[in-house]
Design a protein around this ligand. Sequence first.
Ligand code: URA
Length: 238
Amino acid sequence: MSTIQRIDRILSNMGYGTRKEVKKLISSGLVEIDGIIVKDSGQKAAVDSQEIKVGGKRVFYRDFIYIMMNKPKGVISSTEDRFNRTVIDLLSDEFKTFSPFPVGRLDKDTEGLLLLTNDGQLSHRLLSPQKHVPKTYMAKIAGRVSERDVEAFGRGIILEDGYKTMSSELEVLERGSISLVEVTIYEGKFHQVKRMFQAVGKEVVYLKRISMGELKLDEALEPGEYRELNEEEREILP
Ligand code: URA
């Protein structure tokens, strides 16, 4: 979107209502640009440099929004669900006005890095099966993960439906009755990590995504917390 636009267009694009509803806000004297009440709904404003307020509250303008969330357990990675809380329900209204959606899915009981955006092209670049964007997970596995498992993951695992996964990297960080591992996969089949372990006779008891492409989960984010990507992070996106 160009930076200089009619104020009624800016506000209706931002979710403040239809052009007609926005005109009403303006005629009620609720809209300000740089501290001056707007009288004409055709007045232009520069969204990137002028301060626009509605009812005294600053309008938070972006063309695209990129949010990193540490998804908690128990919420669904979709925009709507009739029975469960979704990752969108966790966002503030300010962020919801951009209609973000999650880039890919994590299972209800999986935690960790989830990118939310309204940039469909970016989402396509990250999820396209041809792109093989790596996704790394930290997992706790019931039982001892062996060197044979590591080799099997490297060769590709035949899942229960006969599909052979691409080669993946499995690193064992702690071996014991519960093993701690990091696994990097290059595709995104349904329940892929859990099914890969199931195929070698093991169960994932905890799963957390820690990176997607170059983007790493900010460990300062507690489960359920989120923030916008910083400039550096936006630049490393494909
Ligand atoms: N693999 C899984 O099994 N679950 C996820 O949520 C992500 C990858």
